[in-house]
Design a protein around this ligand. Structure first.
Ligand code: PRP
Ligand code: ADE
Length: 181
């Protein structure tokens, strides 16, 4: 099983591309599109997330995905686990009553929003996104979860950019990542 895990991690790693100076000069953009294009690599991502959740967060009730690339992995994982999936979207995209939080990005500013009735008080949730950079996005998601009185079990990302220290910003919440740069 350990060898299987290692080869899956390598497969995921091989399917991430880097683009210098996108979307702004000085940003090295880590692109997960090749993972989506390769069914084996995508399956490896979901397998690795599933293994982590089954081992560490057996009581999870909802997977919460972050706009937009968290939506690519979150529903697949939620379906595997047999739990629901909820969207946190950029402001202005969700109908009905919403709750929102503003945040800073590695290359800009944004506002995250969730439907007011999406998560019940006390529900155990895991947050998922493609990438952790400064942690601004996942921090905003944690703030939204606090407003909803949800219990955040942890955060999961495909990629962690270690030098930006997003993990520190998210403490005491844990962050599980598959690939680190
Ligand atoms: O840790 P942070 O500094 O907050 O950065 C990470 C976030 O930045 C990217 O999303 P982006 O806001 O560019 O939106 P997109 O997914 O819609 O492309 C990425 O998909 C994460 O959500
Ligand atoms: N360097 C990066 N590559 C891809 N997505 C990002 N989101 C924030 N920083 C990023």
């Amino acid at each position: 099983m350990a060898a299987g895990r290692e080869s899956k991690l390598q497969l995921v790693h091989r399917h991430i591309r880097a683009f210098p100076d996108f979307p702004k000069k000085g940003i090295l953009f880590r692109d997960i599109c090749p993972i989506l294009k390769d069914p084996a690599a995508l399956t490896a991502v979901i397998d690795l997330f599933e293994e982590h959740v089954r081992k560490n967060h057996q009581h999870v009730e909802l997977i919460i995905g972050l706009d937009a690339r968290g939506f690519l992995f979150g529903p697949l994982l939620a379906q595997r686990l047999g739990v629901g999936f909820v969207l946190i979207r950029k402001k202005g995209k969700l109908p009905g009553s919403t709750v929102s939080v503003a945040y800073d990005l590695e290359y800009g500013k944004a506002e995250a929003e969730i439907q007011e009735d999406a998560v019940a008080p006390g529900q155990k949730v895991l947050l998922i996104d493609d990438l952790l950079a400064t942690g601004g996005t996942l921090y905003a998601a944690c703030e939204l979860m606090k407003k909803q009185q949800a219990e955040v079990l942890g955060c999961m990302v495909v990629i962690e950019l270690k030098e930006l220290k997003g993990i520190d910003k998210l403490k005491p919440h844990s962050v599980f990542s598959l690939v680190q740069y």
